[in-house]
Design a protein around this ligand. Structure first.
Ligand code: PLP
Length: 329
């Protein structure tokens, strides 16, 4: 199993700080996510999930697409997709959310991790290319023209382009979701990041109907809980909240960029939900922040830190004070 952000219980033990006392900035999850209503109608718990509820209609409107399949988090699709091909050559953008590489390797494929320029130069050597847009953790972005060109090249050899758009909601104009579906073009979306509903385990695949049928068949019935479908359908329909957050999150991202820059940690890249700082000091800074109950995400290749957004003024203040300590130590 790979390590991920958000492992507060493990760090609480290691540093002897109670789980409730941590400021967790180790994920890219919106800390002020969609406000789930306190009251869940009791009958939802008793009913089996139904495909004909509001979820798919609401998702089609939100993502502006015709063909979409809900999945139990985009992670479910990340795990299933490699099982739909015989052994092949896969290129994955590097650095990247590690589950893509891991799942394709586990399924017996040959996976090569490449930086975007190398990937573009060598694309003819691969059957499947996986890109995260914007990339987690580097924040690198890819234009729709560039991605569609890669897809054209891959399709000519029956290849696939997988575009993981888990972090794209704030910049939805850069998404491929609303483009007509084509064979070999697979878009992944998540309710865990912008909507902050990571615990709901809801994501989507937007692709050609043949691909969606294959995935649906593999997943079997009832893979998303009724209550998750119910909450997700409402979050997707809440235009007012979405518009507000599309304004607020970039402001918070700019504030985080400035704060980190003020403490000699100028981000190398990032997006609305996190900032990525390449520094040889990363392990040291990670440790010093953890001693103060602040968890960011440490990467070793390349050596870097990723900071998610603080949720409140007191959290911003706490981060700033902790950074002062790190710098002056
Ligand atoms: C780039 C990326 N894609 C997909 C996922 C999986 O998210 P989920 O399964 O919650 O949709 C993550 C989780 O961190 C991620 O960072």
């Amino acid at each position: 199993m790979l390590n991920h952000g958000g492992r507060i219980h493990a760090y609480a033990k290691q540093y002897g700080i109670a789980t409730n006392d941590w400021l967790d900035l180790s994920t890219g999850i919106n800390p002020n996510g969609w406000p789930v209503p306190g009251q869940i109608p009791a009958k939802i718990w008793a009913r089996l999930p139904e495909n004909e509820d509001d979820l798919i209609v609401r998702a089609k409107t939100y993502y502006q697409c015709e063909h979409i399949l809900p999945v139990a988090g985009s992670q479910a699709a990340i795990q299933l997709l490699p099982t739909l091909r015989t052994a092949c050559r896969v290129a994955i953008l590097s650095p990247a959310y590690e589950e893509h590489c891991h799942c394709w390797q586990q399924a017996g494929h040959e996976v090569v991790a490449l930086e975007s320029v190398e990937l573009e130069q060598q694309i003819n050597q691969f059957d499947v290319v996986i890109v995260i847009n914007p990339n987690n953790p580097s924040g690198e972005t890819f234009s729709t023209e560039r991605l569609l060109n890669w897809h054209r090249l891959l399709l000519s050899r029956n290849g696939w382009l997988i575009v993981d758009e888990a972090f794209i909601d704030v910049t939805a104009q850069k998404s491929l979701a609303s483009f007509p579906v084509q064979p070999g073009l697979i878009i992944l979306r998540s309710l865990g990041k912008f909507f902050g509903l990571a615990g709901l385990r809801v994501g989507f695949v937007i692709a050609h109907p043949d691909m969606l049928s294959l995935l649906n068949e593999k997943m079997g019935p009832w893979s998303i809980a009724s209550v998750s479908r119910w909450v997700a359908a409402q979050a997707l329909a809440d235009r007012h909240w979405q518009q507000q957050l599309c304004q607020l999150l970039p402001q918070s991202a700019a504030r985080l960029t400035q704060l980190l820059t003020d403490y000699q940690l100028r981000p190398t890249g990032g997006c609305a939900l996190f900032q990525w700082v390449k520094t040889n000091q990363a392990p040291h800074i990670h440790h010093q922040l953890a001693e103060q109950g602040i968890l960011c995400r440490l990467f070793d290749n390349p050596v870097a830190l990723r900071f998610g957004l603080p949720a409140s003024e007191s959290d911003w203040l706490r981060l700033e004070k902790a950074l002062q300590q790190v710098i002056t130590k």
